[in-house]
Design a protein around this ligand. Structure first.
Ligand SMILES: Cc1ncc(COP(=O)(O)O)c(C=O)c1O
Length: 297
């Protein structure tokens, strides 16, 4: 699935550091830490008329990621919300919108890795674009397993939602070359971690399973599905799960803010059923309750 240019985004305004810029002028310095070392943290947010899905949880994860990376002068939630509001209002956006919220360590006084040469505070970027869900959730996606492993905590903790995305980008390239929609990444022990940009769930014999969040992003949509299933008394278990278990699942789906809940219909050439009763139920439950998770600014 290749995202297309959307003409509605031609003249958008983008918030950078302390003000809005038109799209063509929305740039960061070559001295910015994100350019120099991918030294930034980010969140993807989805906007509905009722508000932003799980906004508080996203802002908490952004804060925790920035704290783990020892950023200084991190903007507080009120300041970040004000920047988001300003951006959405300037673009008259209330629905069908995805926000890429980035906090870089900021501009350096000279090129280099050392955060002590970052002396002008972090840089907040609010990039709001018109963007429907990125996958066709009716037909589902095909994936291949990647030779690129997902980071476990001894390498770079996947609980930090950082901009060092090259592992995941390599997995995505492998999927592209194979003509599939996403790369399935294993952890360093060979258990399934997640897809290159979304979390994974499988259903077997009436139970929903998802990998432990040891080597995957603890996704907020993943968390919503866990909560929703518990509330509905649908058996749900976090476990170490192998590829073989996924190949033989009664159904598999991916979760993420960009695509919400997406059936996975093929893994490494093995067909996965899509219409399993429990998968259909979980997908419907999510669709019917997503707006209850929206928080106004
Ligand atoms: C690697 C990865 N996994 C999973 C997700 C899904 O997370 P969320 O549900 O919080 O959007 C993302 C989203 O950014 C991601 O980058």
């Amino acid at each position: 699935m290749l995202q297309k240019y959307d003409d509605r985004n031609k003249n958008i305004q983008v918030f950078i550091k302390d003000r809005l810029y038109p799209r063509e002028e929305a740039k960061v310095s070559v001295f910015d830490s994100s350019v120099q070392g991918g030294d930034a943290v980010w969140e993807g947010l989805r906007v509905y008329p009722e508000g932003i899905v799980c906004l508080e949880k996203h802002l908490t994860r952004l804060h925790e990621s920035a704290k783990a990376l020892h950023f200084s002068d991190i903007p507080n939630k009120k300041e970040i919300k004000a920047a988001i509001q300003k951006t959405l209002e300037a673009n008259e956006m209330t629905d069908d919108v995805h926000i890429r919220l980035t906090l870089t360590r900021g501009e350096k006084i000279t090129s280099g890795m050392d955060p002590r040469v970052n002396q002008s505070g972090p840089c907040l970027i609010v990039l709001a674009e018109w963007k429907p869900l990125v996958y066709d959730n009716a037909s589902g996606i095909t994936v291949i397993s990647s030779s690129q492993r997902r980071n476990a905590p001894q390498f770079l903790d996947s609980k930090i939602h950082h901009n060092n995305l090259l592992n995941n980008i390599i997995a995505k390239i492998q999927a592209n070359v194979a003509g599939k929609d996403a790369g399935l990444m294993l952890d360093e022990r060979g258990f399934v971690a997640e897809l290159n940009g979304s979390n994974l769930f499988m259903v077997k014999d009436g139970v929903v399973y998802t990998p432990f969040a040891h080597a995957c992003l603890p996704g907020i949509t993943r968390n919503t599905v866990l909560e929703m299933c518990k509330k509905e008394e649908i058996p749900i278990v976090e476990a170490d799960l192998s590829l073989t278990q996924f190949y033989n699942a009664d159904g598999v789906f991916a979760t993420g803010t960009m695509g919400e809940l997406t059936p996975v219909v093929e893994i490494d050439g093995r067909k996965i059923p899509k219409e399993t009763t429990l998968i259909v139920r979980v997908l419907k439950l999510f669709k019917n309750s997503i707006r209850d998770y929206c928080e106004p600014l």
